[in-house]
Structure formats: structure tokens, C-alpha cells
Design a binder for this molecule. Structure first.
Ligand SMILES: *Cc1c(COP(=O)(O)O)cnc(C)c1O
Length: 380
């Protein structure tokens, strides 16, 4: 039996979400933008309900929501859309600021913008993964257009101080974008209260379907569309709305809000036990701040082990991720930012617990890691 503990990579779609989506594949095929017949009006109404549910999850009004294909697209729309809108209105602010530990779906568009006339500052983080607010404040100058800081890190679970960051941005007239793909449905997030102007989320990170997400925009934040077409989403994102996926996203956000606290407490207790037992093996280091983090995340480095051999052992019984979740061979830029060297980053394990995780799964994970460590360390 394989134990799935890779919920930061993707979560299973909740059966209730699958059921909510079901009628919208074939029973009602209508395009919600047609508006001339009853099936279309019904589809539009279903989209409206989903829009309100997603908005509600972030304590926003429905008109803040722009549906996208996921968080990658939402990030691209936010970052490139803000930059293009600034060019169009002759804005003199050009500088973009971010953290070294951001997701590639933020770093790559920002690097592209840097090569197209927008100077970029990439700030380091401390050994615990947290940004230093004073350092951040010093980086936000009168030339700064936008700051992008994620809510929760996808590798180490670190939660940045969004309220402090949002207040700094407001004070200085800087647009604040937040990639919240790992946070929505997992930690409370009141977007407006936190001073966030643009927020990205993804369906498949919160027990919804893959291929759908949203960018939430505080009304009035200047944004240029990055996909032109039929004028959907107020002209900011062209393309026929994927009604089943949008209905699924709405249902997933509502369900995640309903059990969020209970889930966080239960998974936090399981995660704490996992950490205590792994720590007892000796030579196991924790990556990321031990308190300011997602309750369902644990990232550890096992000292002195070869990462390739470690993960070859683990994958017989566990679905977890190495420090470098994506590209084999290139070490995690997040663990590197924390000061872990290449070898240590390779010998790291990211555990992502989820709604279906039980005490037995945690027992299995502890046993698997203990066995791998015993075998690879050899007799003492
Ligand atoms: C998964 C993830 C993304 C990408 O989301 P998709 O919907 O798969 O495009 C972006 N940012 C973070 C922090 C993520 O965890």
C-alpha cells in the first residue's frame, strides 16, 4: 500500500466536489455567455454561485474574482498585467520586488519582466524561511511598482507576515500580489484586511479539480488582460468559462472553509507526532519556521545521507517529495535560500498531509523513513 503524503503537489478532488461538477459536463452543455436560452442562464447562475463562494473564502465581493486555468495563469496575469497596465498609463514606478523562496510561477514571469525593462529585487530570507520586515521595508522605494510575496510556501510551509507586509505596501503605494495557492482553504485569509491587492489560488491545492483557479483583484487595481478573446471576465480574461471546473472550485472552497479549523488541528497534531518521531532518529533537521508554518507541512533534511538513494528507498511505500519537487538534478531553490547545500537539499523530504491522512499513514511514514535511514546509514 502506498501512502500519499504529497498534498502540496496536489490534493485528491473531494467526492462531493466531483458530484457537484457532474451535471455540468453533459447534462447541461450550455455556454454561460450565450444568455439567450434557459440552459445558458442556468449555467450562468451556477457560475455566479461559484464566484460568490470563491469570493467569500477571501472575504471579498464576487466582482473581485477572475477565473483562470490555475495559479500559474493567475500569477502571470497579475504580474504581467500590472506591468503592462503601468506602461500603458505612463507610470514611472517600474521596480518589482519579491522573495528568493517564491514559486517558479512567480519567479519566471518576474525574470521575464526584468529582461523587458522592469528592474527586479529578489530579497533573501532568514535560515527559518521568514522575510525580515525591516529589510523588506528598505527595499520598497518610491520607484517600486509591485511586491509579490506568497502566503504559504509550497516546500517548507512557511507563512509570511502578510498583515505587516500589506501595511508596508499601502503606506508606500506599492501593489501587493500574493500567491496564496497553498494557503486558501488551509489558513484564514481576509484579503482586503491584509492589504492584498491581487491574490492567486488554485483548485487542485484545496481538494478541487485541476485546471482551474482564480485571480482575485481588489476593485480598481490596474490590470491589463494577458489573454484576449470574447470579453469574458470583464474583458480581463478571454475564453469560454469552464462551467464544471468553476462549479467544482466553488464547491471546494466552500467545503474547505467548512472543515478548515478541524482539519488544521487534526493534521497539526499528526504532523507534530511525525516530527517528534523523525527527530528521535537523530541527525534530522527541520526546514522552515517551526511555528509560522502550515499545520499540514513538514520538511526535513536527513544529515549525511545520499538523497537519490534515500528517495529510491522511500518511494516503495511513500509518495512524498524531495526538496526539489519538480526538476530532478537541480536542487531546491527554496532550501538553497535557507542555506542548505546541494547535498543536504537532496537528502530532504517534504511531507504534505491532507484531509484523508490518518494516524496509520503517519505510522507508515515513520516506519518507512526509519527503515531507509537504518539501511543507508548501515550498522554503527
Ligand atoms: C501549485 C502552485 C502553483 C501552480 O498552481 P497551478 O494551479 O498548478 O498552476 C503556484 N504557486 C504555488 C505556491 C503552488 O503551490
Amino acid at each position: 500500500m502506498l501512502t500519499y503524503l504529497d498534498h502540496h503537489a496536489s490534493t485528491p478532488c473531494d467526492p462531493a466536489v466531483v458530484a457537484a461538477m457532474a451535471p455540468w459536463w453533459a447534462q447541461n452543455p450550455a455556454n454561460p455567455s450565450s444568455r439567450l436560452h434557459r440552459p445558458s442562464l442556468e449555467a450562468a447562475a451556477a457560475v455566479d454561485i461559484a464566484r460568490a463562494r470563491v469570493a467569500d473564502g477571501l472575504a471579498m465581493a464576487s466582482d473581485a474574482v477572475l477565473f483562470t486555468s490555475g495559479a500559474t495563469e493567475a500569477n502571470n496575469l497579475a504580474l504581467r498585467g500590472v506591468a503592462e497596465a503601468a506602461l500603458e498609463r505612463g507610470e514611472t514606478r517600474r521596480r518589482l520586488v519579491t522573495l528568493a523562496t517564491e514559486h517558479r510561477a512567480v519567479l519566471e514571469p518576474l525574470a521575464w519582466l526584468e529582461s523587458h525593462g522592469f528592474p527586479l529585487t529578489v530579497l533573501p530570507v532568514g535560515a527559518d524561511g521568514m522575510v525580515d520586515p525591516d529589510r523588506l521595508a528598505a527595499a520598497l522605494g518610491p520607484d517600486t511598482l509591485l511586491l509579490s510575496v506568497m502566503a504559504a510556501n509550497n516546500e517548507i510551509g512557511v507563512l509570511q507576515p502578510l498583515d505587516t507586509i500589506g501595511a508596508l505596501c499601502r503606506e508606500r503605494g506599492v501593489i501587493f500580489h500574493c500567491d496564496a495557492a497553498q494557503a486558501v482553504g488551509h489558513v484564514p485569509l481576509a484579503m482586503e484586511e491584509l492589504g492584498i491587492d491581487l491574490l492567486s489560488l488554485s483548485g487542485h491545492k484545496l481538494y478541487g479539480p485541476k485546471g482551474v483557479g482564480a485571480l482575485l483583484r481588489r476593485p480598481g487595481v490596474p490590470l491589463a488582460p494577458q489573454q484576449l478573446g470574447g470579453g469574458q471576465e470583464g474583458g480581463l480574461r478571454g475564453g469560454t468559462l469552464p462551467v464544471p471546473l468553476i462549479v467544482g472550485l466553488g464547491a471546494a472552497v466552500a467545503a474547505a472553509l467548512a472543515d478548515r479549523q478541524e482539519r488544521a488541528e487534526r493534521l497539526g497534531a499528526l504532523r507534530d507526532r511525525l516530527w517528534r518521531e523523525l527527530e528521535a532518529l537523530g541527525g534530522v533537521l527541520r526546514n522552515g519556521h517551526p511555528v509560522h508554518g502550515l499545520p499540514h507541512n513538514l520538511n526535513v533534511t536527513i544529515e549525511g545521507l545520499d538523497g537519490t538513494r534515500l528517495h529510491r528507498q522511500l518511494r516503495r511505500s511513500l509518495a512524498v517529495s524531495s526538496g526539489s519537487a519538480c526538476s530532478q538534478g537541480s536542487p531546491s531553490h527554496v532550501l538553497a535560500a535557507l542555506g542548505r547545500d546541494r547535498r543536504a537539499a537532496g537528502a530532504s523530504i517534504r511531507f504534505g498531509l491532507g484531509r484523508g491522512t490518518t494516524a496509520e499513514h503517519i505510522d507508515a511514514a515513520i516506519a518507512a523513513v526509519a527503515a531507509a535511514v537504518a539501511e543507508l546509514r548501515g550498522p554503527v
